[in-house]
Design a protein. Structure first.
Length: 173
């Protein structure tokens, strides 16, 4: 099963995914950061950036297609599609995104919001992106579960608890 962790920029997603990896879960890093590392500037050509994120997210799905247990994605193709829509860029939905219906969302959390070399947009832009993602995921039939504003360990436990009820044989410990 393919679980997405999406939501507000600087909402603790990447830290959470690393913590999930540390307890043995299979995780897929955020496409956007990898696209930036490949040299595509999200601020110089945002449409090319979003299209590259979409391509990367689709490759990620193919890469883990044979995995039997849960796989956790730091963002997804839906995020890229949402951002293309916000830019007014023409697009087509990929034929099969095959993510689980349940999507975990990191809410806006001003107390931990930070900028870095790759993230240059402010909190207001991050909140607008979050609001658009909520609509995009719901429009595609996903059930959204907001992550608690809690420690990383508590967030890991929260996710593992919810996944344990969905994946046969998967434990929340």
């Amino acid at each position: 099963m393919r679980f997405v962790i999406s939501g507000c920029s600087s909402g603790g997603k990447s830290t959470l995914l690393q913590a999930l990896a540390d307890v043995g879960e299979i995780v897929v890093p955020e496409p956007g950061r990898r696209v930036v590392q490949a040299g595509i500037d999200p601020y110089g050509d945002p449409v090319a950036f979003c299209r590259a994120c979409l391509t990367t997210a689709m490759e990620d799905l193919r890469m883990v297609a044979e995995e039997q247990g849960p796989v956790f994605f730091d963002r997804s193709a839906v995020d890229a599609l949402c951002n293309l829509e916000r830019l007014g860029a023409p697009l087509l939905d990929p034929p099969d995104l095959c993510y689980h219906r349940l999507v975990f969302l990191a809410p806006p959390w001003p107390e931990i919001y930070t900028l870095d070399a790759d993230r240059k947009h402010g909190l207001a832009d991050a909140i607008a992106e979050y609001d658009a993602l909520v609509v995009a995921y719901q429009r595609r039939g996903h059930d959204l579960l907001t992550l608690p504003k809690a420690s990383v360990a508590e967030r890991v436990a929260f996710i593992r608890h919810h996944v344990a009820g969905l994946v046969p044989g998967h434990t929340d410990r």
